[in-house]
Structure formats: structure tokens, C-alpha cells
Ligand binder design. Structure first.
Ligand SMILES: [Zn+2]
Length: 592
């Protein structure tokens, strides 16, 4: 049974056809010549999975191109069918606002695993009279629940996972267009008359070498009575040779124009990642097992004092937790963003003469909800929080609270030094881990944090942190899902009152929406870029865009995706200068 993983992955190559078979022999030689990708590591981490780049035929007619598009889409469905990536949807219900155009009224958050092998029967969704949000969540109404279930928007990952073919659809070539660096052919796709219900209608962009779909934009038709299909803009990234992997989906509904009957409105971002985290099997673990020679590098062999033993124990717990969170796909592997965070932490430590027995580390949790926590000497901060912080000083303020916990010895989680406590399913991570401090420790950490900040290089810039919290306070009542922490303490209480570092708010300038140069908090998605295949994070290097109206501010809001598409490997070749690479990364995954 345990060999199944291997056999299945090997058989993935078969649907690629004869061309791929012939290419298999020369694949290794070709791979040697291919320049390594800059950012994204391809599937090498997955044992037993060798990817053969499909050899493109050169279609001569539009008909042949369409044939190839259909073939490639089916190949993608097959390629991904053993994968169970994480999928996260953050949805904001919008309400008209005379000043802001529209502003969030309430929000919903969903985190789950997408079983790409499951066939979603779209009729199941039609049968139920659901609101479009419920159907967006695939009928999963219990928020914050993690489970293996096909979800409504797993449709949106593919144009049509069951019947994407010529008997159900008409394809009409529209024009050529660049998406980022990739030259694309654009096709209009419409269901044939009587082909069925819930079929894709819209545009697809296919790259001009192998004719893989790289973007889908449209909806599903015909619209059933008492049910909704939402519009979606679905993007794929070339993360694996020959395949474009579904990564981002933006959905939006609603019309606030005068006289519109469309009363409900929302905007939602979905992100898919963790593709390379395979369903773990013992077989995989054995093939990964390498026993390396470990040297004892302590200067003199001696026994541990009770205090040293205590610290060693805490470190063991810390290492266990960090490793487990990374394995479940919630924590990004160590990377450059951590170094930036550590630099800020260092700045506070040095100016406060803090000398800890072990260095403080920082890691990024890749999810939306705004939260921080610390375990041992590791500070964890969420992507959503980093995204929305306006500057380094406000980041320092947020990090100082966790640093204060560490300095004060508020260590949590030593029970996780017992390895049996790491044995739970990925989906129950939130049920098994928790690093919340009691109110007394929270108050003490806030007081200590303010003291640390006042001695730090950020002492003169604390207004931005206070202003951020004021903006958070203003939006908190409508953003309860974003503000519900899952592992650490929340920044606000259940009534939406800011509890974290509230002293900073008193000395901060007044929040003024009308002041265009006052940026209290940023939209989501503007800072951290996540690689959906390997879960690595890096900073977005977008050039600042001038705000021209109050409606441009969009604090804590979701926006459409516009990733700068590039072919795998090609991005690596011309990042020779820092300037060049900055320009290249400037709009990847950024939202505007
Ligand atoms: Zn705390």
C-alpha cells in the first residue's frame, strides 16, 4: 500500500502522450542545461516525482491550438489530482459609503485543504438554495473549520474539471496580449446551447508555447433560480516545468450604481499554496531519511545545570512547534523576510542592551488574520499583519510586544517538548496549538514594549504604530474575521476594542481619512509574496503609487490580483542587477 504514492506519481507522466515519452530520455540532459529558477524551487523536494516538460507541437490552425489547450487542461487536472494544497479565502461584504465609495460591512475567513482529486458535482450546489457566499465556500458554513472537502470554488481552479471539451464549449480566438512577460493568446469560451448548467463562460489566456491556460476570467452560466454564480478572475503561475499552477482567485459581486437592484456585494481573495506538501506517508519519510554525522560542538563536555536543562527543554519545544507549523503549511520556510524582521528586533535589542542566552528568531505565518505570537525565542507574525503595517516603525511596535514577552520570560508552549504532542493531523493544528497569554502577561508585555520602543531607533516614529491601531479600531467592528487570531492573542477584544499596545494610540495623531498623505494602514497583499509551490515568502518590491483620492486608501481591504506572469527559469536569467530584479518583482502578486 505504501508504494502507491510512487506508482501514482509515476503514472502522472502517461497522459502527456507519446511526445513526452520520447522526450523522457533526453529530459535529464535538457534539465542540466536549464538554468535554475530564481525564486521557486520546482518539485525536486518530492521524492519519486520527475517532471517531464511536455514537448510543444506547433499547431498551425486555431483548431489545433484549441485541441492543445484542452489537452493541457486535462493534463493539469491529472497532474494535480494527488495534491492537497491549502486554500484560504478572505471575503469582505461591502456596503455603499458616501465618502469611501464602498467599505467593508462584515467579513468571513475560510482556511481549508483542497483535495484536487475529488470531483465536485456541481448539481449538489445547484440543488441547495445558498447565498453566493455560501456557494463560494462550497457550502462550508462553519468558518475557521479546516477539513478535507471539495469546495465550491474548486471549480474556479479549472474552467471545467468535468467537461472541458469541444462538445460542451465553443472557442473563439480574440487576440494576442502580454500578461507580464508572457505572450498570450486570448480565447472567448462559451458553452454550447443545451450543453448543461453551471458551465464556464468568459475568457481564457493561454501562453503561446505549450498553450497552457494562465488566466481565467468569467462566470458560470446559466444562472439558476434562487442561487448565485459569482464572477472570478483566476490566475496561474509557472511553478513547475510545463505546468501553470492555480494560485490566486479574485471574486467580486455587487453594483452600487444609482438604481441598481443588486443589493449584496462582496469582494474576496482566495490563495492556494502548499502544493508541494504531499499527503505524508511513511514511505516518503523513509526516502527522506538521511542520517548525517552530528558533531557535538560545545566547547567542553559537561553536564547541564538545572537552568541550562530548562532552557534546552524550551528550545526543544520551540523547535518542535516551528517545524510542525511549517510542515502543516502555515509557516513559511526560513527566508529573507525573516531576516528583515530579525533586523528590526535586533535594533530594539541592541539599543536596550538586551542580552539573551539565545538569539531571537522571527518567522512568517502565511495566513491573512492579523496575529503574532511567540514560542521560546521565536516570534511569529502573520502575512496579513505585515501586509497592512505602513512602515518599519509600526512593524517594530508590533514586534516589540512579543520581544517583551521573551525578555520577561513569559514562555509558553514547553509542553510541546514532548514529541507525542506533535502527532496530529495538519487540519487540527489550531485545535492542538495555542500560545495565548493571560491578561496580566499581556499588560506587562505592553508596558515593557513601550519601554523598549522608547529606547529604540523608532522612538521618534511611534506615531505610525499608534495611527495604525487607530485605523484598526475604526475598522475592527466590521473585520472580526480578520482580527480573530488562531494561535496567539488577538489585537482587539471581542467588541473590537484595541487591546494591544493601546498606549501608543494616545500619543498618535488623529485619524483623518480626508488627509491623503496620512496612510494609517495598507490594503492586504501589498508586502508579502507567497510562492504557492514551496511556501517561500519574499517582500514585494512594488514602486509606491500615489494616492489620488480617499477611495485609494483601502485600509485592511482586499483588492484584485495582478501578478506579473513570467516563465519558470526565464525570470532567473536576467536578474543580474539588483535594479533589474527589483523592477521584475515590482508588480508580482501586488494588488493595487
Ligand atoms: Zn502578547
Amino acid at each position: 500500500m505504501q508504494r502507491w504514492g510512487w506508482i501514482l506519481t509515476a503514472s502522472l507522466l502517461l497522459p502527456l502522450g507519446a511526445a513526452a515519452q520520447q522526450a523522457a530520455d533526453s529530459a535529464q540532459a535538457a534539465a542540466a542545461q536549464t538554468p535554475p529558477p530564481a525564486v521557486v524551487q520546482p518539485v525536486s523536494a518530492t521524492p519519486g516525482l520527475a517532471i517531464v516538460k511536455p514537448v510543444a507541437r506547433t499547431p498551425v490552425s486555431v483548431d489545433q491550438v484549441v485541441d492543445q489547450i484542452i489537452e493541457r487542461e486535462h493534463a493539469l487536472i491529472t497532474f494535480l489530482k494527488n495534491r492537497t494544497p491549502l486554500v484560504e479565502t478572505y471575503l469582505q461584504n461591502m456596503t455603499p459609503d458616501s465618502k469611501l465609495g464602498a467599505s467593508p460591512k462584515e467579513d468571513h475567513y475560510f482556511l481549508g485543504r483542497l483535495d484536487m482529486g475529488d470531483i465536485v458535482d456541481r448539481r449538489d450546489y445547484l440543488a441547495k438554495q445558498m447565498s453566493f457566499q455560501q456557494s463560494l465556500m462550497g457550502g462550508v458554513t462553519k468558518l475557521f473549520r479546516i477539513q478535507y472537502q471539495p469546495m465550491g470554488f474548486s471549480w474556479m481552479v479549472f474552467a471545467d474539471r468535468q467537461s472541458f471539451d469541444r462538445s460542451h464549449y465553443d472557442f473563439r480566438y480574440v487576440h494576442r496580449e502580454f500578461l507580464g512577460e508572457v505572450k498570450c493568446l486570448v480565447f472567448e469560451v462559451t458553452p454550447k446551447k443545451g450543453a448543461g448548467t453551471g458551465l464556464f463562460e468568459g475568457q481564457i489566456w493561454v501562453e503561446d508555447q505549450d498553450y497552457n491556460i494562465v488566466r481565467l476570467n468569467g462566470t458560470y452560466v446559466p444562472r439558476p433560480k434562487n442561487a448565485f454564480y459569482f464572477h472570478m478572475d483566476s490566475w496561474r503561475l509557472n511553478l513547475v516545468p510545463g505546468y501553470w499552477i492555480p494560485s490566486y482567485i479574485y471574486s467580486e459581486e455587487g453594483d452600487f450604481s444609482y438604481g441598481s437592484k443588486d443589493k449584496a456585494a462582496f469582494k474576496a481573495q482566495s490563495r492556494i499554496w502548499g502544493y508541494d506538501v504531499m499527503k505524508s506517508s511513511r514511505d516518503d519519510e523513509l526516502t527522506d531519511l538521511k542520517v548525517e554525522e552530528v558533531k557535538d560542538e560545545s566547547p567542553v563536555s559537561q553536564d547541564l545545570s538545572p537552568l541550562e536543562a530548562q532552557r534546552q527543554w524550551q528550545q526543544q519545544a520551540e523547535d518542535n512547534v516551528v517545524e510542525r507549523l511549517q510542515k502543516s503549511g502555515l509557516l513559511a520556510p526560513p527566508g529573507d523576510v525573516d531576516k528583515i524582521l530579525q533586523t528590526v528586533i535586533n535594533n530594539i535589542q541592541i539599543t536596550n542592551n538586551i542580552d539573551l542566552p539565545r538569539p531571537v528568531r522571527a518567522r512568517v505565518m502565511v495566513t491573512y488574520p492579523l496575529e503574532t505570537f511567540s514560542v521560546g525565542n521565536t516570534i511569529v507574525i502573520s502575512r496579513g499583519l505585515i501586509d497592512t503595517l505602513p512602515d518599519e516603525a509600526s512593524l517594530a511596535a508590533i514586534l516589540s510586544h512579543e520581544l517583551a514577552h521573551i525578555v520577561l520570560g513569559h514562555n509558553l508552549g514547553s509542553k510541546f517538548a514532548f514529541n507525542d504532542r506533535m502527532l496530529f493531523s495538519d487540519e487540527s493544528t489550531y485545535q492542538n496549538f495555542g500560545f495565548r497569554h493571560n491578561p496580566e502577561e499581556e499588560t506587562a508585555a505592553d508596558a515593557k514594549a513601550i519601554e523598549l520602543l522608547k529606547n529604540s531607533p523608532y522612538a521618534q516614529k511611534l506615531g505610525s504604530g499608534g495611527l495604525y491601531l487607530k485605523q484598526l479600531a475604526a475598522r475592527a467592528p466590521t473585520l472580526s474575521a480578520l482580527l480573530t487570531s488562531h494561535l496567539g492573542n488577538s489585537l482587539t477584544d471581542s467588541k473590537g476594542q484595541v487591546t494591544r499596545l493601546s498606549a501608543l494610540m494616545t500619543s498618535a495623531p488623529a485619524l483623518d481619512d480626508a488627509k491623503l498623505d496620512q496612510i494609517a494602514a495598507l490594503p492586504l497583499g501589498g508586502r508579502i509574496k507567497l510562492d504557492p509551490w514551496g511556501d517561500h515568502v519574499e517582500m514585494v518590491k512594488a514602486a509606491p503609487v500615489a494616492i489620488t483620492s480617499i477611495r485609494d486608501k483601502m485600509p485592511f481591504e482586499v483588492t484584485p490580483f495582478f501578478p506579473r506572469l513570467a516563465r519558470l527559469g526565464i525570470a532567473a536569467t536576467d536578474t543580474t542587477t539588483a535594479e533589474n530584479s527589483a523592477a521584475k518583482e515590482s508588480s508580482t502578486t501586488t494588488t493595487k
